[in-house]
Design a protein around this ligand. Structure first.
Ligand SMILES: C[S@@+](CC[C@H](N)C(=O)[O-])C[C@H]1O[C@@H](n2cnc3c(N)ncnc32)[C@H](O)[C@@H]1O
Length: 270
């Protein structure tokens, strides 16, 4: 991403891409992720009294849903503008701007730690850091993109490939954690036990191609594509993809394969 300042840590540039259209992201893109949030919270037994940390929490809808189950929630994201919305939605929660590699909480603070498509093949050390912040017996839940090519809704992600070749390669490396055995090995190497791969429902829905194109443009990978081809070319490509998917009387719907992992930190009580 451009505009880097050598005095600032690398993670601070994340807001350039993820924060520039934070209101669009929080209202047009993030709401469709609710299926994923509800399913993983359920699998993890998030309940009244759970002390929960959401890493790469975006604009905080997952935190809001956990809070509605009675959990006491904290969160962290590198994008200051997404965090501002997460705090607005969850005024009593402890939500910080910061880096997933250096979580600003003490060891063994949380019962549950989640990250929804926030930990990637390119960011494995963040898992060990989540383990540090979990109490013994605490539960970890991660989601990552699964097998995208076979997903019926793969079309919805295809405009991201307009990014420069090295960014597209990096996007491919990022999604590697969903491959069979890869996430399991990572969790094991970070000391987790009772590792399970679980199915996670995921479907984006939009009223029409225009709203889809606007929602997609609000994301970090879209920013990489826009930097390469420009706003208008990105929008045209997104509209073209979506127009081919329109069906009468139903929303545009993109079901995408998402893999969930749940695991436990050894010791303590469940
Ligand atoms: C795919 S989004 C997922 C956001 C949110 N979990 C959701 O479900 O919509 C990835 C998120 O990771 C955040 N992020 C990227 N690098 C980060 C870092 N080093 N530390 C913390 N957050 C980071 C971005 O700002 C963005 O909100």
């Amino acid at each position: 991403m451009s505009g880097t300042n050598a005095d600032l840590p690398g993670w601070t540039v994340v807001d350039e891409g993820w924060g520039r259209k934070a209101v669009d992201f929080s209202t047009l893109s993030e709401p469709s992720n609710c299926r994923e949030y509800v399913a993983l919270h359920h699998q993890l037994g998030v309940d009244a009294g759970s002390r929960l940390l959401d890493v790469a929490c975006g604009s905080g809808l997952a935190i809001e849903l956990a809070r509605l189950r009675g959990a006491s929630c904290s969160g962290i994201d590198a994008s200051a503008r997404l965090v501002a919305i997460a705090r607005y939605r969850n005024p009593d929660c402890d939500i910080r701007v910061g880096d997933m590699y250096h979580l600003p909480w003490d060891d063994e603070t949380f019962d549950v730690a989640t990250s929804f498509r926030g930990i990637w093949g390119t960011t494995p050390d963040a898992v060990a850091e989540m383990g540090r912040a979990l109490r013994p017996g605490g539960r970890l839940g991660l989601t990552v993109w699964g097998h995208l090519k076979v997903s019926p809704g793969a079309w919805a992600l295809s405009p991201f490939r307009l990014a420069a070749a090295e960014k597209v390669e990096n996007q491919a490396a990022m999604v590697s954690l969903g491959r069979p055995g890869v996430g399991e090995r990572l969790l094991e190497s970070c000391g987790f036990i009772d590792i399970e791969r679980v199915n996670v429902p995921f479907a984006w829905e939009f009223p029409d191609p225009e709203i889809y194109a606007r929602a997609l443009a609000s994301t970090g990978p879209a920013y990489e594509a826009i930097q390469n081809v420009g706003e208008e070319a990105f929008r045209s490509a997104a509209l073209e993809q979506a127009r081919q998917q329109v069906l009468d009387g139903v929303p545009l719907r993109a079901e995408i394969n998402v893999v969930g992992y749940i695991a436990r930190k050894p010791g303590g009580t469940e």
